[in-house]
Design a protein around this ligand. Structure first.
Ligand code: SF4
Length: 105
């Protein structure tokens, strides 16, 4: 009788391990696909790693500030490169920042 119970416990343990392994591989696949989607989104939207040239002007020179100026903010500026880049001003800049080179897209 004890032998049969031991066998059942072993079978249950193996079943749980298989389920854990399955969960881990699904998680790995999900993380991999999330990374792929993020890279694709970046490629389509032109993230800071895109071919757009990053700015060289210093933030001081551009009078950059980490808050909007009225309705003007980096997120609506034609020079903004999501997520933290700018064609004119040295990164990082924030979507809610602003500088004197602001131009509505
Ligand atoms: S407001 Fe200035 S810092 Fe922000 S994106 Fe436009 S040019 Fe760059």
């Amino acid at each position: 009788m004890t032998g049969k119970r031991d066998g059942e416990r072993d079978a249950n343990r193996l079943s749980r391990r298989a389920a854990d392994a399955n969960r881990l591989s699904r998680r790995a696949a999900l993380v991999g696909s999330t990374t792929t989607v993020a890279a694709l989104a970046c490629a389509l939207s032109g993230c800071a790693t895109s071919s757009k040239v990053q700015g060289k002007a210093s933030q001081v020179e551009a009078q950059y500030q980490e808050h909007p100026s009225g309705l003007e903010r980096c997120g609506t500026c034609k020079h903004f490169i999501p997520l933290t880049g700018c064609e004119i001003v040295a990164a990082p800049v924030q979507a809610n920042g602003w500088c004197k080179y602001y131009k509505l897209f």
